[in-house]
Design a protein around this ligand. Structure first.
Ligand code: FPP
Length: 236
């Protein structure tokens, strides 16, 4: 199982490659997403068992609304299934569920399930699982600016109080701390508008593995690679 020392506390995953996984097999892209949802279940379990404190999964970006309606519909259906099917797993294992992003845009049924499970799990002290849904890192930064600006207008804070720390406090993605490790599957070397502010000093791990194939061994490899790096945070 490797080295438990120097475990990343907060891991973020960009789950890419569902479409290609399916297309490579001559299957519909939505089948790839279905397999991707199974990989989500495995990743949540493996992260919890390893002792990761916070896992943030990029499940649906703000930009993903631009995909064909049928694909968006399929993804929302899988999310709904996940929230129903994983309820016992989440509550039974002390996981705290959160969501970041513009969740107002989600279908009512998905939002209701999400709100219910977040409320039921909010006192849990095990791993925090954050689903990034209708999420964009630039959008989150803009929203944090709006929050701080309105506090200036309300004379609660001064312009000089707008520091990196103040911005961080206004970003829900960073409530669990800055991400220590970002994993991206699917072979591309991009961040795609994920956790932009918080990832300033994150270690980045890119793998060719397509998300539906991602398993415990791949998570283990990512963590081992992280543990072998020396983080200096801009110092010597
Ligand atoms: C990227 O694959 C993946 C997504 C846009 C969505 C991720 C969704 C899941 C893993 C399943 C549902 C999630 C939950 C939490 C149940 P892609 O379609 O961009 O793949 P491609 O690059 O091969 O086309």
């Amino acid at each position: 199982m490797g080295n438990d020392r120097n475990l990343p506390s907060h891991v973020g995953i960009i789950m890419d490659g569902n479409g290609r996984w399916a297309t490579n097999r001559g299957l519909d892209r939505t089948i790839g997403h279905r397999e991707g949802a199974s990989a989500v279940r495995r990743a949540v379990r493996a992260s919890r068992e390893k002792g990761i404190r916070a896992l943030t999964l990029y499940a649906f970006s703000e930009q993903n609304w631009g995909r064909p309606g049928s694909e968006v519909h399929a993804l929302m259906g899988l999310l709904q299934e996940f929230l129903v099917g994983e309820r016992d797993e989440i509550l039974g294992n002390g996981i705290r569920l959160r969501a970041i992003g513009n969740t107002n845009r989600l279908p009512t049924i998905v939002r209701a399930l999400l709100d219910g499970l977040m409320a039921s799990s909010k006192g849990n002290s095990g791993m925090t699982l954050t689903l990034a849904l209708s999420y964009g890192g630039q959008e989150e930064i803009a929203e944090a600016c709006r929050v701080l600006a309105s506090r200036v207008v309300a004379k609660e804070i001064n312009v000089e109080d707008i520091s990196t720390g103040a911005l961080r406090s206004a970003m829900p993605s960073l409530e669990v701390g800055d991400p220590d490790l970002i994993v991206r599957t699917g072979g591309d070397h991009r961040i795609s508008n994920f956790l932009l502010f918080g990832l300033a000093y994150a270690e980045l791990h890119f793998t060719e593995v397509l998300w539906p194939d991602f398993g415990e061994a791949d998570l283990h490899d990512a963590i081992t690679a992280y543990q072998q790096r020396e983080r200096r945070f801009g110092t010597l």
